[in-house]
Design a binder for this molecule. Structure first.
Ligand code: ARG
Length: 470
């Protein structure tokens, strides 16, 4: 350790001679990010190798130094992957931990890596690489969930269930149609992921501290090497932008919100009172005291974890709010939010996909419930409009009287005698019974996007084709 700069690194004083003594313990504790940003090690090393290659290509460092740097960085990658790397809080973050180790391994050449670069563009490029990769993982998980729903929808393209508004039985619908509603929701999440990636797919590396650099760097080269579409256009924005993190959290929060609605439905459907679905043993638990119970814990936790993700979104929005350009240390708080949201969302998507795949659908219970609560009343009103040319408002009134009668007789609309219906409106004929059954009700709803089995099948086919291309 003859080189004075190298010994400074080893002495954990990366900022050199300006500070006489090391940071106080509290300062170190509040300042250090290594406990969480070590997650970025692969991206950090990848970014550094690309940077060094560009420096050599541009004649800013020698090819010999670049070789040493790349070799050393690969050794470090191996050490971290093997769990033998000694992370140091004194070295603050992943960037300085890696650089200090590089100096130990290859000596003074290590000091050349940081030419024409700052930790500000370094952390920006690392975090973008990580977030982009996570976006792509979420996209794959969403595709898996959509595929699971498409399968269920196909199998249940004719299974009736009650459709609800206000959580009150409204009109009979097809269970497959209900599944396809979630396909629409998760496909929107997927499209949000895709366009967020499109927007963030630019490399900030080379913005240096904030103003760019006087070295003849080639930012297009590093952008390409790192898989970005192009370099970012403004050096100030490059180091101060965390929109991609905010977008990740926004997309995650909306997706989690969808998952929580599904989770809530599964909780309700799996109650003995509803009995629409039975969760597999792998996604439920028993009670330690009540032997009859099977609890939908996984669904409840999906419902709950949404709160965490929403919290992270609000947290980071609050961190970024009011920050002046360009980099401020506040921005170090971006990572834990995104890391935890990502891990949480991955788990939620995996658990939900498993539940959707494994749950048993009780079509008989759904069918019984679909007929309850005079759910075909609208079909009666529509029949009166279509067949007797009644204005809808009058048909609504006539139907109301029929419902009241059925209620008084404690029976269903389809069980009323024709004479009773004719007493309410003399024009009613036996043909009316063709629309009062649940099966015929759903069959009639052939409007585009409606619940008729024929429409559901069309949508399943169309989505299967679309999914294959996503
Ligand atoms: N650990 C820092 C972060 O996560 C790296 C960037 C530090 N830059 C600086 N100028 N102190 O934001």
């Amino acid at each position: 350790m003859s080189d004075s700069k190298t010994s400074n690194i080893a002495g954990n004083q990366m900022w050199g001679g300006r500070f006489a003594s090391g940071p106080a313990a509290i300062m170190q504790a509040i300042n250090a990010s290594i406990s969480f940003d070590k997650k970025l090690f692969a991206e950090d090393i990848r970014g550094s190798i690309a940077h060094s290659e560009m420096l050599a290509e541009q004649g800013i460092i020698t090819k010999a130094d670049q070789k040493k740097i790349a070799k050393g960085l690969k050794t470090i990658l191996g050490e971290i992957e093997a769990g033998t790397f000694a992370f140091s809080e004194k070295l603050e973050d992943i960037h300085m931990n890696v650089e200090a180790r590089l100096a130990e391994l290859i000596g003074p050449a290590a000091g050349r890596l940081h030419t024409a670069r700052s930790r500000n563009d370094q952390v920006a490029v690392d975090f973008r690489l990580w977030t982009k990769n996570e976006f792509l993982r979420v996209a794959e998980a969403l595709k898996g969930l959509i595929a699971a729903f498409l399968e269920r929808a196909e199998d249940h393209a004719a299974s009736v269930m009650p459709g609800f508004t206000h959580m009150q039985a409204a009109q009979p619908v097809i269970f497959g149609h209900h599944c396809m509603a979630y396909v629409e929701m998760f496909a929107r999440d997927l499209s949000r992921v895709k366009d967020a990636v499109e927007r963030m797919n630019e490399s900030p590396l080379g913005a240096a501290a904030l103003a760019g650099t006087g070295f003849p760097i080639d930012r297009h080269m590093t952008a390409k090497a790192l898989g970005f579409r192009e370099p970012t256009r403004n050096s100030l924005d490059s180091v101060s932008d965390r929109d991609y993190a905010l977008e990740f959290l926004s997309v995650a929060a909306i997706c989690a919100t969808h998952l929580s609605r599904l989770a809530e439905e599964i909780v309700i459907w799996s109650t003995p009172q509803f009995g629409f679905v039975r969760l597999s043993d792998s996604f439920s638990t028993g009670s330690s005291i009540m032997p009859q119970k099977k609890n939908p814990d996984a669904a409840e936790l999906v419902r709950a974890k949404t709160g965490r993700i929403n919290g992270h979104l609000v947290g980071l929005l609050t961190v970024m709010k009011g920050l002046p350009l360009t980099y401020s240390k506040d921005m170090q708080e971006d990572k834990e939010a995104v890391f935890d949201a990502a891990e949480t969302l991955d788990l939620m998507l995996a658990a939900m996909t498993g539940m959707v795949r494994d749950m048993t659908i009780d079509t008989a219970a759904m069918k019984r419930a679909a007929g309850a609560g005079f759910s075909t009343a609208t079909d009666l009103a529509d029949w009166l409009v279509r067949t007797l040319n009644l204005p809808f408002r009058e048909a609504h009134h006539v139907t109301g009287r029929a419902v009241a009668l059925a209620e008084a007789k404690k029976t269903g609309l389809e069980k009323l005698a024709l004479a009773d219906l004719q007493a309410i409106h003399p024009g009613i004929t036996a043909d009316v019974f063709s629309v009062l059954s649940v099966q015929n009700s759903v069959k009639s709803r052939t409007s585009y996007g409606g619940t008729a089995p024929s429409e559901v099948r069309k949508q399943v086919r169309a989505w299967k084709k679309r999914l294959a291309k996503l």
